[in-house]
Design a protein around this ligand. Structure first.
Ligand SMILES: [Zn+2]
Length: 301
């Protein structure tokens, strides 16, 4: 890199660092295991502005910045990402295989803490690029960079065992490809306790992209609830269970709230066709919650 290039890079790199940090926060907070999230590079306008605001003598119009901006945009995907670790004396030692990198500082995140039983802010306590340890230039078959970051976050409130995330970067695609402990979801009090485990597992499956399994587990929540309420745990006749349960509800309730029979049938159709439709899951889930919430309002046991 020329001296001039290094000066330009020093103006551009804070934009990339911020974009990477924001992307990882968004990925962890709002995306589940294996869901892809596309990294958005700083725009041309942002890069031009970064030079215009900081370069002395920027008086002859924005055209003068065109070349360095285009060069940065072209080369940015080939830059490695490195975690800024202020406590690490080796942080300024370049990787032996890549001397060009964007350094970023993982931001605090807000996720569910099972100790505190609510959403809490978590601070980064350690992060590293595991792939860098192997001192090889890992690329996929199209020549794009592949990196795996391990990040550990600590709940600001309870400072319990850290939540750890494995983040994969493949070109512009980011995903959470591992998590320890597994994602825990807040328990919905309206879901009967006998079926909370199935209901919660259904959501974990959905969040991990296994929608067919999620629909099966959601249907299992309905079926197991019927067995408990109709006191026929051994029955092999699900239609009978659905009818018996419906007969136990008064007409006003049935006229106003989603029926478990409809929910069960829609989920069954999806399962038999091996579809795994996200819309089916979301509709059924919303109807199940509405049904159970109505039971709570009607004070049904
Ligand atoms: Zn906590």
């Amino acid at each position: 890199m020329t001296v001039e290039g290094a000066i330009y890079f020093s103006r551009f790199s804070p934009l990339y660092s911020k974009a990477i940090s924001n992307a990882i926060k968004e990925l962890i907070e709002n995306h589940h295991l294996y869901q892809n999230y596309e990294f958005v590079y700083p725009s041309k306008t942002d890069l031009v502005d970064a030079l215009a605001y900081t370069m002395a003598g920027a008086t002859s119009g924005y055209d003068q910045f065109n070349d360095p901006v285009e060069e940065m945009r072209r080369s940015a995907p080939n830059y490695y990402w490195r975690i800024c670790d202020r406590g690490n004396p080796l942080r300024n030692t370049p990787n032996s295989t890549s001397h060009f990198f964007f350094e970023f500082e993982p931001a605090s995140i807000k996720v569910f803490c099972s100790n505190c039983d609510r959403q809490e802010p978590f601070n980064i306590i350690h992060g590293e690029d595991f792939t860098q340890k192997f001192e090889r230039d890992y690329r996929d078959t199209s020549g794009s960079i592949v990196q795996n970051f391990a990040l550990a976050y600590e709940c600001q409130s309870c400072r319990g065992f850290p939540e750890m995330f494995l983040i994969r970067r493949n070109a512009d695609k980011l995903s959470v490809c591992g998590r320890s402990p597994i994602e825990r979801l807040p328990v919905l009090k309206i879901i009967p306790k006998e079926v909370r485990k199935f209901y919660s597992d259904a959501h974990l499956a959905f969040n991990s992209g296994q929608v067919l399994a999620a629909n099966f587990l959601l249907r299992t929540s309905v079926e197991q609830f019927l067995r408990v309420r109709t006191k026929l745990p051994e029955s092999k006749d699900v239609s009978q269970l659905l009818d018996d349960y419906a007969a136990s509800l008064d007409e006003d309730f049935k006229g106003r709230f989603p029926s478990l029979k409809n929910i069960y049938e829609v989920l069954s159709l999806d399962i038999h066709n091996a579809e795994g439709s996200e819309d089916v899951f979301l509709d059924a889930d919303s109807s199940i919650r509405e049904h159970f919430d109505a039971r709570r309002v009607y004070k049904l046991e």
